[in-house]
Design a protein around this ligand. Structure first.
Ligand SMILES: [Zn+2]
Length: 326
């Protein structure tokens, strides 16, 4: 925390999720003045706005800052957004459809805001993070949590695609005979490597995994722990999941010839237990192929540290870029 000053102007980053909203207040030198996480009320659009607004005021209060000092607000949203108009076209988890969030924030705080899909925003955050230590121009950010999605930075710029959905690979079909995904299709990538999918597969193989925690509270973390403790069923599931993640990394690298694939999201928080089996599978691919030996180097894969909130940072960077262009 830094000493407050009346001369300071601030930027606010928001990562609005279906369960919680994370907010961060930074000054022009990007020093962090406050960072909080509060529940998101998704009952209806009015309540979403009220809970987000309340979170912003609390973050400002903690930073000893006022709304008048806010230069811009960057917002990451889990859904389809239009950054030009500030309209959330669709965000199922937030109960929002064709909702003018940018205009609503402008009315409340009298400051410009910039909206982006949360994973696209996190890709920008991850890109800025890695560039602190390693200059790179092309990355994929692969988020593995409750859902699975990626964001692409190509030539140093966020690649959005026609609908701003470039990287939405969680719904790429990898197992046509697999289980039905929440999107309706069968065998999407998400039905294998997302956190709930890891738990589902593990409990089907061995219902005692994670005990005595009740089955509805078991997370992917329990499965990784069980695998490390020698549970054979958990080890098999983690091997299958890691092999599928390694193949996903291979697709991303072969599709875009990028410097790095950066891994984030709730499942990636399991650290080495998460990363090591993936690196093992990549080594296996290298043993099979000269091309893989050339393209799939271990140093192309890295995990974003759990304490770095790529989504909030990315929202801030995008918002600051947007105001500089006005
Ligand atoms: Zn799907």
């Amino acid at each position: 925390m830094n000493t407050p000053s009346a001369d300071l102007s601030y930027a606010i980053g928001l990562d609005i999720g279906g369960t919680k909203t994370e907010a961060m207040v930074v000054d022009q030198q990007l020093h962090v003045h406050s960072r909080i996480s509060k529940p998101t009320d998704t009952t209806n659009p009015k309540r979403v706005l009220a809970s987000v607004t309340q979170t912003v005021y609390e973050a400002l209060h903690l930073a000893k800052a006022t709304a008048q000092q806010v230069q811009v607000i960057g917002v990451g949203i889990p859904g389809l957004v239009n950054p030009e108009t500030g309209v959330v076209r669709q965000a199922v988890n937030l109960n929002l459809e064709s909702y003018p969030l940018g205009a609503a924030l402008k009315a409340e705080f009298d400051t410009p805001s910039f909206l982006e899909n949360d994973v696209r925003a996190a890709a920008v955050g991850a890109f800025e993070y890695i560039n602190r230590t390693e200059p790179v121009s092309h990355i994929a950010y692969l988020s593995i949590g409750t859902g699975v999605s990626a964001g692409m930075i190509l030539d140093g710029r966020l690649h959005r695609g026609v609908n701003g959905m470039a990287g939405e690979i969680g719904h790429a079909i990898v197992e046509p005979d697999g289980v039905q995904c929440r999107c309706g299709t069968y065998g999407c990538l998400e039905t294998i490597i997302a956190g709930p999918a890891i738990v589902r597969q593990a409990l089907a193989a061995d219902p005692t995994i994670g005990a005595p925690t009740s089955p509805d509270k078991i997370t992917a973390g329990h499965v990784y722990t069980a695998a490390q403790s020698g549970n054979k069923a958990a080890q098999q599931i983690i091997q299958y999941v890691s092999r599928t993640i390694a193949r996903t990394i291979q697709w991303l690298i072969m599709s875009y010839d990028i410097d790095k694939v950066l891994l984030g999201g709730g499942v990636a928080r399991d650290g080495d237990a998460f990363l090591q089996p993936i690196l093992h599978e990549l080594a296996h691919l290298r043993m099979q192929s000269t091309l893989a030996r050339e393209m799939l180097l271990d140093e192309k894969v890295a995990r974003i540290p759990s304490d770095f909130n790529a989504g909030v940072w990315g929202a801030i960077w995008l918002a600051k870029q947007a105001v500089q262009q006005i």
